[in-house]
Design a protein around this ligand. Structure first.
Ligand code: ZN
Length: 159
């Protein structure tokens, strides 16, 4: 199966129309189609779009960062947290020492008890992307075997 390495610019909005993130003014996103490098619902809907296409793509939460899981919210004692200094609602940190530990968000503080939410910040949020396809080329066999894009516009191989 032939797959492409695609570069695109995006502006991401939530259902209220607020901009959550954008690549404008920076480098485009570069990804290998069908490799899980971008969210599934976006990967599917960008498939086969010609270079130069500007379009709006709606991705429901279930095809993006998933539904919110109430089981991912829990209360812990302040002293158990690996964070120095003062905590406030909205703070985010890794819930463990290894670099793959999930990022948690502080959602409430009540005395010595801190409520943490390990859901992705965009879990349960329907997403709207304004997309511009800026480049597309056939993936190399090496990219296909690695499952990601390479090159100056892709990622290096230090990680
Ligand atoms: Zn690689």
């Amino acid at each position: 199966m032939n797959r492409n390495v695609v570069s695109f610019h995006y502006t991401l909005r939530d259902p209220a129309g607020c901009v959550l993130d954008t690549s404008a003014g920076g480098a485009p996103v570069v990804y290998l189609e069908g490799a899980g490098q971008i969210i599934e619902g976006l990967d599917e809907q960008l498939r086969g779009l010609p270079v130069g296409t500007k379009t709006r793509v709606q991705v429901p939460a279930t095809r993006a960062y998933g539904a919110r899981d109430p089981g991912q919210v829990q209360s812990v004692r302040r002293a158990q947290l690996p964070v120095e200094g003062k905590l406030k609602v909205g703070d985010q940190f890794q819930a463990g020492s290894d670099r793959f530990a999930p990022v948690v968000t502080v959602v409430a503080i009540d005395g010595d008890h801190v409520t943490l939410d390990a859901n992705h910040p965009l879990a349960g949020v329907d997403l709207s992307f304004d997309i511009e396809i800026v480049a597309a080329r056939a993936a190399t066999s090496e990219e296909m075997s690695h499952g990601h894009a390479h090159g100056a516009d892709g990622h290096g191989h230090c990680q």
